[in-house]
Design a protein around this ligand. Structure first.
Ligand code: F6P
Length: 326
């Protein structure tokens, strides 16, 4: 394998709090180990359109506490075509970039796997997504901050919900995964979480109402994972208005609020550890792996595994939520 001299670094897909801490960690660890670093702007799009600059340690000063990504990000359709990837490869070589570190979610790591396979490039991925839906890692960068944001928002909604004695459906992000909804519900003391992982097995709404979930309460909060499988908060509210008109229902969709804000200590530490580990992985000759954390240890997860889309939810947590909401 040719010796790596220059590492290209990009963020791709939806941004996540902690991406800047990861950019800082990769850049500084790489320079510490004698590599050159090039920052690629706007994800894979910047690789195609040649938006690449030399990164020194100063480029990543004073960013550890900022949300978003200083490298900007994008979802790039062109990179899904062989022509787009060829162009990206040509640009990459013109900058003498020998290896890439890609910070992003499921779609970004799928793109990395494709690219690495076609052009035999060493690529290491960092799991950067609020959704926590990558297999092989207990946490993704940005997930803890998003969870805290959800908790903060639900605490505020609870005040008005209880004053008006209303039933609130609060929709949270997660794409097709229910991690944010489930753990957000536990952290905020919500009555239930309606999540795609169990939506096909049980009618969660009917179960909730039949169990008399408001017997001892004057208001209720239900977190709903955005997903066509759950029906979303709007869909569920519509159903309640028709089937259970005795309830005064309201909907809040938290939306992109969940993607912003200063990262929590946990996300900053995770991103810093993972960023340093990405450089170690390249030094060890690893390629096409995502850095994960499993039981607080850094692990290398092959791209194929990481993007399998079947990261299981913890059924004990589902049970805990059920027991705590009586
Ligand atoms: O993957 C992160 C995420 O925030 C998902 O939770 C959400 O479904 C999606 O991105 C939203 O994407 P966009 O910002 O492109 O609308």
């Amino acid at each position: 394998m040719a010796k790596i001299k220059t590492i290209g670094l990009l963020t791709s897909g939806g941004d996540a709090p902690g991406m800047n801490a990861a950019i800082r960690a990769v850049t500084r660890s790489a320079i510490y180990s004698g590599f050159k670093v090039k920052g690629i702007y706007r994800g894979y799009r910047g690789l195609i359109t040649d938006e690449i600059v030399d990164f020194k340690t100063q480029n990543v000063s004073n960013i550890v506490h900022h949300g978003g990504t200083i490298l900007k990000t994008a979802r790039c359709k062109e990179f899904t075509t062989p022509e787009g990837r060829q162009q990206a490869y040509d640009v990459m070589r013109s900058h003498e970039i020998d290896a890439l570190v890609v910070i992003g979610g499921d779609g970004s790591l799928s793109g990395a796997r494709e690219f690495a396979g076609e052009f035999d490039i060493p690529i290491v991925g960092l799991p950067g997504t609020i959704d926590n839906d990558l297999y092989g890692t207990d946490h993704t960068i940005g997930y803890d901050t998003a969870l805290n944001t959800i908790m903060w928002c639900v605490d505020r909604i609870r005040d008005t919900a209880s004053s008006h004695e209303r039933l609130f459906f609060i929709e949270v992000m997660g794409r097709n995964a229910g991690f944010l909804a489930l753990n957000g519900a536990i952290a905020s003391g919500a009555e239930a979480a309606i999540i795609p992982e169990i939506s096909t097995e049980v009618d969660q709404l009917a179960e909730l109402i039949q169990n008399g979930f408001r017997k001892s309460k004057n208001s209720s909060i239900v977190l709903v994972a955005e997903s066509p499988i759950t029906g979303g908060a709007m869909g569920l509210a519509e159903r309640v208005r028709k089937e259970y008109p005795q309830y005064d229902v309201r909907v809040t969709i938290l939306g992109h609020l969940q993607r912003g804000g200063s990262p929590t200590a946990q996300d900053r530490i995770l991103a810093s550890r993972m960023g340093a580990a990405a450089v170690d992985a390249l030094l060890e000759g690893q390629r096409n792996v995502m850095i994960g954390d499993a039981n607080d240890e850094i692990v290398y997860v092959p791209f194929n595994k990481a993007i399998k889309k079947d990261k299981p939810i913890d059924h004990d947590l589902v049970d805990t939520l059920r027991r705590l909401s009586i």
